[in-house]
Design a protein around this ligand. Structure first.
Ligand code: BG6
Ligand code: MG
Length: 216
């Protein structure tokens, strides 16, 4: 019996993807990497900040030291944080508030499992924090998805066994992480059909048979 649902944040509960893209694009332009585009941005879905930086740098020709890379990632994060200032509940994806409220009413525990270190700020600014019992994020972990750590920490915080949890994800790395954690997954978002999740839905505003998922 499923007792907890662990939601990824970016692209599942909130539409921050465009803000991440804008911040990376600004950095890329400053570095003269004008070839960085939306298609590259898709490769950054669900992967850590440092790995996302590599996606940008691969489109250029210059080599950077580890120290320089850390400074670049921090610069991008400053741009991103600036954009996050404007964030409010209008950024919450369709169906997210209703789904969280409904699952709570059914007696399920809710966690967020995201590699983003900006998770606490995003949850507060959007009002999602009120709907969530526990948060496992980039600040709690040392290994990013596809490593299962972020979901295992979430289950532990919920005081549940991994097999009592279902993960909701929009990224391939996140679905692999869920499997590695021993958790079933619901794939959502633009690539929901190719994620190889156990359950699939275009978004949280679709008719999702939660009863079947919970009782499976
Ligand atoms: C994930 C996003 O949720 O968080 C990635 O899908 C992002 O695109 C990653 O790189 C890390 O986020 P942050 O906020 O710590 O830079
Ligand atoms: Mg995501």
């Amino acid at each position: 019996m499923i007792k907890g649902i662990i939601f990824d944040l970016d692209g599942v509960l909130v539409s921050t993807d465009e803000l991440h893209y804008k911040a990376w694009k600004k950095l890329a332009d400053e570095l003269g990497i004008t070839a960085f585009n939306k298609e590259d941005n898709e490769k950054q879905r669900g992967v850590s900040r440092m790995e996302s930086l590599e996606v940008v740098l691969q489109k250029g020709s210059k080599n950077y030291s580890q120290e320089e890379k850390e400074a670049l990632a921090e610069r991008k994060n400053d741009y991103y944080k600036e954009l996050l200032q404007e964030l409010d509940k209008s950024a919450v994806l369709p169906g997210a508030f209703d789904t969280l409220a409904d699952l709570r009413k059914r007696g399920l525990k809710i966690a967020v499992g995201s590699v983003s270190k900006n998770t606490p700020v995003i949850l507060e600014k959007t009002g999602l924090a009120d709907f969530i019992d526990k948060v496992s994020c980039g600040l709690d972990i040392t290994k990013s998805k596809p490593d299962p750590e972020v979901f295992l920490v979430a289950a532990k915080k919920l005081e549940l066994a991994p097999e009592e949890c279902v993960v909701v994800e929009d990224s391939a790395a996140g679905i692999v992480a869920a499997k590695a954690a021993g958790m079933k997954s619901l794939g959502v978002g633009p690539y929901y059909q190719s994620l190889e999740a156990v359950y699939e839905a275009r978004g949280l505003d679709e008719a999702i048979d939660w009863q079947t998922i919970i009782e499976a």
